[in-house]
Ligand binder design. Structure first.
Ligand code: GDG
Length: 478
């Protein structure tokens, strides 16, 4: 592979911020994928002329480093076996369910672990080639937890930060993992380990004390070689102003009106937007709604539930099962409760442009976000950012990280169907004054704490933890 050059800031994430696309003429190119991480990191990447290392998806070998809209991207190739064992296997069949309260049963396979180690090493080696002397390397998420240690061994001069986007489980669950010690040691290669919530940072420090035997004090871990590692919460956010601007645009405004009409101009639109994932609580939420319709509390002439379920991890068995279950449930609910031209649930298994998402948020009287466990949940924050009219009610699971900040939502326990039913009714019948008061408070939180502030605070803390080495990364905001 051609040498990608070196940079003072290197982002290492499972995915590159672009997807491979095939053009109509058969040639292939790249399209920017609209994830939250790109939005968060792009400005700081640009300010520092950074490099992003990641998997472009697929199994193409020999991809050269390239530039896309001024961003330097370095692809890491995965073989078909590695996609199966590292990505679908250890990342999404072992770690994902284990870190989400064992909502599904995690599978432990030694070959999957071996692939995880192998692929993590490939990322670490590439990062070590791309980082200039004393550079800052920011590693992201559960697929790459061994990279900090592997990279530290290759390049002790680097300043290394790690951020986990999903929850970090309590010791009682983490303990199940046959490779628990290796993962903790992998993370300890970083100077700063960031989590969504303070509870996750505490889980980590406690595990390090118990399982690895290092001395700890509050959020600090003291390593035998004299290094200290800090574990701290940095709740991620969104490009709040960007979402508001989009929501205010004429196209979105027009589209929101169109959507409402297409739904038959109901007086109440309920909305769910999730990747089709078993952690998101889609099944229980739709059941709660259907019971309200069956009991006559809601009426399909006046209320409709729109559920967008974006296709996700379609090769993983648990996800195939979930898709079938939701398909059957929606079919049954609409068969039992719908009328001609008036389904109880408008179900969309598809991915949409950002404008369509913003129009849906603007249209939704009640936004329903009920995961069993979620690191943060950006959908809840996007909804709030789009409601510049201070209208709209948010029903939010207590077990989403976002519940820590969005206290004025109607908070629910997603395992309690009756509780959810009550909250859906309260939210949809709430007085305008109450809805506005709650939305204003949530908007203050989301508009004041955006994703640029998140990235800057992580990088500032990282510089503070390891002041003796590492060049300082230029912040986006001052
Ligand atoms: C992980 C953690 C944490 C969804 N469908 C479409 C679409 N989306 C966008 C949403 C939102 C994002 O995808 C989903 O983010 P979430 O935070 O809700 O959930 P995860 O994908 O599970 O993300 C999570 C996050 O990382 C960040 O740290 O909050 O807890 O699990 O931005 O809008 N976007 C478009 N079309 C779609 O159809 N354009």
């Amino acid at each position: 592979m051609a040498h990608p050059g070196s940079a003072d800031l290197v982002i290492v994430a499972n995915r590159l911020p672009v997807d491979r696309v095939t053009n109509p003429d058969g040639s292939s190119g790249w399209r920017r994928s609209p994830g939250g991480l790109v939005t968060a990191v792009e400005p700081v990447m640009r300010a520092n002329d950074g490099i992003w290392i990641g998997w472009p998806g697929g199994t193409d070998a020999d991809l050269e480093p390239f530039e896309d809209e001024g961003m330097k991207l370095v692809p890491i190739a995965l073989s078909a076996d590695e996609v199966e064992e590292f990505y679908e296997g250890f990342s999404n069949g072992t770690l994902w369910p284990l870190y989400h309260d064992v909502v599904a049963k995690p599978e432990f396979h030694r070959e999957w672990w071996d692939a995880y180690v192998r692929v993590n090493r490939r990322f670490a080696e590439q990062a070590s080639t791309c980082a200039s002397e004393n550079a800052t390397v920011w590693v992201h998420d559960y697929q790459l937890q061994l990279v900090p240690q592997m990279l530290r061994e290759l390049r002790p001069d680097l300043r290394i930060g790690f951020f986990l986007h999903i929850p970090f489980p309590p010791a009682e669950l983490f303990q199940q993992l046959p490779w628990r010690r290796q993962l903790l040691e992998g993370l300890l290669g970083a100077d700063l380990v960031g989590f969504q919530l303070p509870g996750a940072a505490q889980n980590f420090v406690r595990l390090v004390r118990q399982r690895v035997g290092h001395k700890t004090h509050r959020d600090l871990v003291y390593l035998p070689d004299g290094r200290t590692v800090r574990a701290k919460a940095f709740p991620i956010s969104i490009d709040s102003a960007g979402f508001e601007e989009l929501a205010r645009s004429e196209v979105v405004e027009r589209r929101a009106v169109e959507i409402r009409e297409a739904l038959g101009s109901p007086s109440r639109v309920f909305l769910g937007v999730d990747r089709l994932d078993y952690t998101k609580g889609i099944y229980a939420r739709l059941r709660a709604y259907a019971e309200l319709v069956a009991e006559g509390e809601l009426d399909v002439d006046h209320a409709v539930f729109v559920q967008v379920a974006t296709p996700s991890r379609e090769e993983v068995e648990q996800y195939k099962i979930l898709r079938d279950e939701i398909d059957r449930l929606v079919g049954r609910i609409n068969g039992d409760l719908g009328r001609i031209g008036r389904p109880a649930i408008s179900y969309l298994h598809s991915s949409y442009p950002r404008e369509e998402m913003a129009a849906l948020y603007r249209c939704a009287d009640v936004m329903v976000v009920t995961p069993y466990r979620d690191g943060m949940n950006l959908v809840a924050k996007e909804y709030v950012a789009c409601r510049f009219d201070n209208d709209g009610a948010l029903v939010l699971s207590e077990f989403a990280g976002a519940a820590d900040e969005l206290r004025q939502a109607w908070l629910v326990n997603p395992y309690d169907i009756n509780g959810m039913k009550a909250a859906l009714m309260e939210a949809s019948r709430a007085e305008g004054k109450d809805v506005t008061r709650r939305m204003k408070a949530m908007r203050k939180q989301v508009m004041e704490h955006d994703v640029a502030a998140w990235a800057d605070s992580f990088l500032a803390e990282l510089a503070a933890v390891s002041p003796d080495h590492g060049k300082t990364v230029r912040p986006v905001k001052q």
